[in-house]
Write a protein that binds this ligand. Structure first.
Ligand SMILES: *Cc1c(COP(=O)(O)O)cnc(C)c1O
Length: 405
């Protein structure tokens, strides 16, 4: 059995598939039929690899965190996705999908975004490749993520408010799907994580798999073996995690750890820890684990980090969870904040709040001194400065430590 790829119908074990309205069948079927052939072609790969190298700045460093390693008495390496152009792993997928859209002859790109990170990555790729770009975003998110809205607009994208429901990410997905139904022949929908109907989870995982591909040769170079003892990543929808785990899930010697957002705590009623709180259900086109009521109404998630504030996880991860191939931890808001302050102070790296959830595993699990632990630092913390400043007193970094005299 392989964990890496879904079967022909897009299933990872019990999870996945393509649950879409009839109007979308032709689009989804076209993608299912063509995606592997296109993205594995030499022409596509040449163009994609060139962009990853010269535009995104890959390979990203695999950084041995000496101070953190000393504190936690183990060998900690950080995969620096925060150093990518636009500041996170999302650009890997956005560029891949825009290239794919071009090969499919599509002239118009739509996307959904929550915090605006995927919207910015998509708008960036569209500016570069001269494609029309429309980004759906919940009205509430537009208000709280003004800098990213401005970035998207400067990049030439049209940001359209989603005004239904809770006016956040899941409503933006619904609006994007509605647009796709109405403009099926001209438009490609760029989903931002390993969610959505088949083939999106596999498509996004393949574009992000460059992360673990690089980790392999970088570890070989640094320590003489390709496989670490552990790989760790945070899971919102699960794209940075899928990319980090991809080339290791079928290597039994590598242990896999996923960090979900606990919010105020798993039992607080304000959480996004899907594997702890969710049940099997269909959300946004695929069968997976979903936070829902007994009658299948989606429960509003909560996380301090917008990127993890999602009521589901991708089918790739649901399958890892069900088969105990990965160990899942729930990390609360305050734990993530502390880890963010700790990394900043000890290594001089301000991480995204999402990535800080992965770092918190270090305080939850004991690793052996000679074990090699690779943590995906999915993004940089610039976007989270407001939250960090508001929490300076409660974090381990007190205001006086922060003052520059
Ligand atoms: C969007 C985002 C995430 C969460 O998305 P995944 O698909 O789970 O990776 C994590 N980290 C950063 C920095 C993000 O921008």
């Amino acid at each position: 059995m392989t964990y890496k790829n879904p079967d022909q119908n897009g299933y990872y074990g019990d999870f996945g598939g393509a649950f879409v309205p009839e109007m979308l069948y032709p689009n989804v079927a076209e993608l299912q039929e063509k995606y592997i052939q296109i993205i594995e072609s030499e022409e596509f790969q040449t163009e994609f690899q060139d962009l990853l190298k010269n535009y995104v700045g890959r390979a990203t460093p695999l950084y041995f965190a000496k101070n953190l390693s000393k504190k936690y008495q183990t060998q900690i390496y950080l995969k620096r996705e925060d150093l990518n152009h636009t500041g996170a792993h999302k650009i890997n997928n956005a560029l891949g999908q825009v290239l794919l859209a071009k090969k499919l002859g599509k002239k118009r790109i739509i996307a959904e975004t929550g915090a605006g990170q995927h919207g910015v990555a998509t708008a960036t790729a569209c500016a570069l490749m001269n494609l029309e770009c429309i980004v759906y975003m919940g009205e509430i998110d537009i208000a709280r993520q003004a800098p990213n809205v401005a970035r998207m607009q400067m990049l030439g994208a049209k940001v359209v408010p989603a005004t239904s429901g809770s006016k956040t990410l899941k409503d933006a997905v619904n609006e994007a799907l509605r647009d796709w139904i109405n403009n099926a022949t001209t438009t490609h929908y760029i989903i931002g994580s390993v969610v959505g109907p088949h083939p999106f989870p596999d498509l996004v995982a393949r574009f992000q798999s460059v992360i673990s591909q690089e980790i392999k040769w970088q570890l070989k170079e640094k320590i003489g073996r390709e496989n670490p003892d552990y790989v760790i990543a945070c899971v919102g929808g699960g794209s940075n995690a899928a990319g980090t785990f991809y080339h290791f899930v079928d290597e039994p010697g590598v242990q896999i750890i996923a960090a979900e957002a606990g919010g105020f705590g798993v039992n607080s009623g304000k959480s996004a820890a899907t594997t702890f709180l969710g049940t099997t259900g269909v959300l946004h086109g695929s069968k997976s684990i979903v936070m829902q009521t007994k009658d299948g109404q989606v429960i509003e998630p909560h996380s301090i980090s917008a990127g993890l504030d999602y009521p589901g996880i991708g089918p790739f991860h649901a399958n890892l969870f069900k088969n105990n191939r990965a160990e899942f931890f729930s990390i609360d808001d305050d734990e993530a904040l502390n880890s963010a302050f700790e990394l900043t102070k000890m290594e001089g790296i301000i991480p995204a709040l999402e990535s800080a959830h992965a770092l918190s595993i270090l305080g939850k699990k004991k690793f052996q001194k000679d074990e090699v632990v690779v943590i995906c630092l999915s993004g940089r913390g610039d976007k989270d400065m407001e939250t960090y400043l508001a929490n300076m007193e409660t974090g381990i970094l007190k205001t006086e430590d922060f003052k520059i005299n």
